[in-house]
Design a protein. Sequence first.
Lengths: 266, 360
Amino acid sequence: MSLTANRVSYTYRRRTTRDSICAVRNVDVRVPRGSLTGLIGPNGCGKTTLLKLLAGVVRPDAGSVALDGVALDSQSRRQVARRIAVVPQETHPVFDYTVLEMTLMGRHPHLGPFELEGPADLAIAHEALAATGTAHLSDRSYMTLSGGEKQRVVIASALTQSPEVLLLDEPTASLDLGHQLDVASLLQRLNLERSVTMVMATHDLNLAASLCDTLVLMREGRVLASGHTPEVLTSAMVRQLYDVEADVRPHELAGHLTVVPVGRRP
Amino acid sequence: MTRPHGPAEAGHYVSADATSLPRRKARPSVRARVAATLLGFGALAVATCVLAPLVGTTPISFAAAFSRSIPFDQNVDAQIFFVARLPRVLAGALVGSALASAGVVFQALLRNPLATPFTLGVSAGASLGAMLVIMLGGAIALGPFSTVPAASLAGAGLAAAMVYWLATRQERAMSTSVLLLAGVTLNAFFSALIMFVQYLADFAQVYRAARWIMGDLDVGGYDSLTASLPLIVSSFALFALLPSSLNLLSLGADAAAARGVDVGRAQRIAFLSASLATSAAVSLAGPIGFVGIVVPHLVRLLVGVDHRIVLPASALFGAAFLVACDLAARTLLAPIEIPVGVVTAMIGGPFFLWLLVRKG
């Protein structure tokens, strides 16, 4: 199994002005089964758009995204959502759903048009809540949760889709250090124990270094480099990506590469 | 099923306030709640519709009205029940149900709990249509619809089509922010046109139009009911496709798409069905306000926010609510009738303000 993007491009058209913003140009990505791929690059480099393209939520202007060789465009939204789930950066429901209700919405692609979830679906939702350490919150209002709790509930909701592929958009942004570690170890566990393939967009290079086996480096809508983490995460690459001088070296205790920014490139 | 409570796994934080914040009681399954909703609110709607025709300036007896031993043409109680009062009660039920459901659908579609069936200008379009034929005095007919309902239906349809066109132009999908802005602007535009037409009209015409805008469920027989019924039934058939998509649409278009909702299709069905129900309701009884916002919020306070429960509950409770308001309208100051739009606004207005203050 693999999720592949073949020369995909996507352009945002503006309504007010005639100009358009090319978010992703001619991008090739291959995410093999079981991998945990990191998507890194500066703000506005097209990470979020590429995630939406990989999820089939937006259609590419050119090129195609395929899961196991079958183009996402040729499948219904429901068919795709049974295999690919998304954890967006933020989820703002306008109504006051409970945590369990939010989680159960993940069952939507598995239910028929008039089908209501049954005991089996409920069991899957409770299991996902337990796996993300949020079982004790199930009857609470989602809106009253803290940022870290919300993020774990949204991950639980995505797990309830029983996906093979999980796409995450900055899953640890706006979380404190403890919650960042929690989410990171949760993702690692899901990747290892359930062999969920993951693609994670992040600004946290140390998180990417500790979690991801593969990195895709993006700048201005293009892929600058991609490959195994130790091979592509170098100070030269960080300089090219962010225009920042950084010290990249393995950490003895953590056992992975660490990136310490030293200064703006002169 | 046993569920772990408290600190479930080692290595996971449990925030200190987890136990001190108010917790909701665990709920029965969705299947049980949908069944209970249909039974409970259904019984309420049916009971209101059966009891309301019994009450009025002339008291009638239930037993006599349903007695089979007296022929219908000699049974005064049955004639009052079935001929004089029941059409009005049924009109209240249909209109209340349509407006309350349309309110639920628009609130989810626009991701705005303060949206009403009239937010997007459908009622202003209908009022302009009605206003124009009242002033021009022309006699038009649209199939089974008589002049004013036909004109208001046309006005409502025109308004909805314009808003839809504006919101889908140059966009890959319907933009809810453009939809909302276009609708609100069109509403103001039509209101200005209504005022202009009113300025040109004479006293009698203005009076007639003002009465129409207050809303009136006295439809005077079954004919206008049967004319509106196909529109309302088809909008309800479309509503039935929506509830779980509405839950997801209320999280945002991308979140809904990622969970398998065909967002474009769901938005089109939602807009079409809610506009159709609103147009039919307004052409039947005038723009009766507040039903479309009070009922959905009341229902959410009672049964939670899951649309698979809120939508059927609002449809049934909306029927009971408007029939009860109309009962109050025709009995409170009898023999004077209060316009039903005044009664719903007098109940709905303070409730709405209370809701706003409570939320803030």
